[in-house]
Design a binder for this molecule. Structure first.
Ligand code: SAH
Length: 351
C-alpha cells in the first residue's frame, strides 16, 4: 500500500493553536529545519498574516505543503456595525465550520480593547442573557479566539492593548483552550500582550476558579455575581444551584491569595429583581470581604427576555449606596448603544 491516506482520514492539526515548542516538533516531523518554526510562528502571531503566501521567507514548495496539510484558521467578516457615537465596532465572524461568533472593538483613552467570544452559544442558561437561548453548539479553539483579535487588528489597522473574554460563552466551560489562548496571546515571541491586560469573566464555576488560581497567570478574573443572596441568584442564574455564594467567596479569596490579583464583581442591574438598596448593602459586604471592585452593568434588554433596566436615578442610588459603604464601584460605560447592544444579539439575528 503505497497510496497516501485519504485527506479526510487525517485529523488536521490546528497550527495556529500550537505553542512554539509544539510547532518545532511539527516542523521537524515535516523534515524542515527547526528555525522554520520560529519564522512561521512570527508570521502567524506577530505579523498576523492570514495566508501562507504572505510568508515570503519560506519556499514556495513549503508554503504549498503547509497550505494543504495545515490550513490556517481564518475567520470571515460576515458583518460589522460601527457606532456613530463612539466608534465601537461589533463584528460577526464566520468560523471555518460555518458557525458564527461576535467580537467587539472599543476605543478607550487608555487604549483599544477587544471583547471576544469563547464558545458558540452557551449552556449556562443565565435568564437575562441572549447568548444562551439556543444552548451550546461548541467551544472555540485557541486559534479561533486569537483570530478574533487578529482579525480586528487587521481590519482596523490599530493595536489592541486590552482583551476581555466577555462575549458569547462561558470561558471556564472551555478551560484548556482558554489557558492555551492566554499563553499564546501573552507569549513574548508572539503578540506579547501583557497578561494583566487580559480579563476573563466567569459565571462562577468554582473548580475552574481554583484551577486557574494555580495556573500562575497574571490575568484579571471577573465574577458575574448579579445577586447578593443565593436565593435571588438562583432565580436568574442556574449555576447558583451548583455553587453557593460562600463557596464563590472562598474560591475568589484563594484566587487573590495565590495571584495577588483583585477580583472584579460584575453586577447586571435588573429593575425590581436585584436593584434594591438592601441588595446594594449585601453586595457591598461581599465586595468588601474580597477587596473587589464592582462593575455595575445596567441590564441590556433582550428581545426574548422581559428583564428591564431601572431608571437613571435608581441606578445612581444603587451606586451611591455602595460608595457610602466605601466600596470601589463603577457603572460600565455604555459603548455602541446605537448598534445591537447586548451580548449574543447580533448572532441571534443571523440564526
Ligand atoms: N459567561 C461569562 C462571560 C460572558 S457574559 C460570564 O458569565 O461572566 C459577560 C457579562 O455580561 C456577564 O457578566 C454576563 O452576565 C453579562 N450579561 C449577559 N447578558 C447581559 C444583558 N442582557 N445585560 C447585561 N449584562 C449581561
Amino acid at each position: 500500500m503505497t497510496d497516501s491516506i485519504p485527506r479526510y482520514f487525517v485529523r488536521q492539526m490546528d497550527i495556529k493553536s500550537l505553542k512554539q515548542e509544539e510547532l518545532k516538533i511539527l516542523i521537524k516531523d515535516m523534515g524542515e529545519p527547526a528555525f522554520r518554526a520560529g519564522q512561521i510562528y512570527e508570521w502567524m502571531h506577530v505579523k498576523l498574516v492570514s495566508d501562507y503566501d504572505e510568508m515570503t521567507n519560506l519556499s514556495k514548495a513549503l508554503r504549498q505543503r503547509l497550505k494543504e496539510e495545515y490550513p490556517l484558521t481564518v475567520l470571515l467578516k460576515e458583518d460589522m456595525q460601527e457606532s456613530a457615537q463612539d466608534g465601537t465596532r461589533k463584528y460577526l465572524f464566520r468560523l471555518p465550520d460555518g458557525n458564527m461568533v461576535e467580537s467587539v472593538f472599543m476605543r478607550y483613552k487608555h487604549g483599544n480593547s477587544v471583547c471576544i467570544s469563547s464558545q458558540v452559544g452557551c449552556r449556562m442558561g443565565c435568564r437575562f442573557c441572549a447568548s444562551t437561548i439556543d444552548g451550546l453548539v461548541r467551544s472555540l479553539t485557541a486559534s479561533e479566539m486569537l483570530e478574533q483579535i487578529y482579525s480586528v487588528i487587521r481590519d482596523t489597522g490599530e493595536r489592541v492593548s486590552n482583551v476581555v473574554v466577555m462575549g458569547i460563552g462561558e470561558p471556564m466551560d472551555n478551560y484548556d483552550n482558554i489557558v492555551r489562548f492566554y499563553r499564546l496571546l501573552t507569549d513574548e515571541k508572539g503578540y506579547n500582550l501583557s497578561g494583566r491586560n487580559v480579563t476573563i469573566s466567569t459565571c462562577g464555576i468554582v473548580p475552574g476558579i481554583y484551577k486557574l488560581a494555580d495556573e500562575g497567570l497574571s490575568l484579571t478574573l471577573a465574577l458575574s455575581l448579579h445577586a447578593p443572596t443565593d436565593e435571588k441568584r438562583r432565580t436568574i442564574m442556574p449555576i447558583a444551584n451548583e455553587y453557593s455564594i460562600s463557596e464563590l467567596i472562598e474560591a475568589c479569596t484563594y484566587y487573590f491569595e495565590k495571584t495577588g490579583r483583585r477580583i472584579t464583581l460584575e453586577y447586571s442591574l435588573i429593575a425590581g429583581v436585584n436593584d434594591s438598596l438592601e441588595d446594594a448593602e449585601d453586595l457591598g459586604r461581599i465586595a468588601k470581604k474580597l477587596g473587589a471592585h464592582i462593575n455595575l452593568i445596567p441590564v441590556n434588554s433582550v428581545k426574548e427576555r422581559d428583564y428591564k433596566r431601572g431608571t437613571k436615578e435608581a441606578i445612581e442610588a444603587f451606586k451611591n449606596k455602595l460608595e457610602k459603604n466605601a466600596n470601589n464601584v463603577t457603572i460600565r460605560r455604555e459603548m455602541g448603544q446605537d448598534i445591537d447592544g447586548a451580548c449574543g444579539q447580533l448572532r441571534r439575528k443571523y440564526l
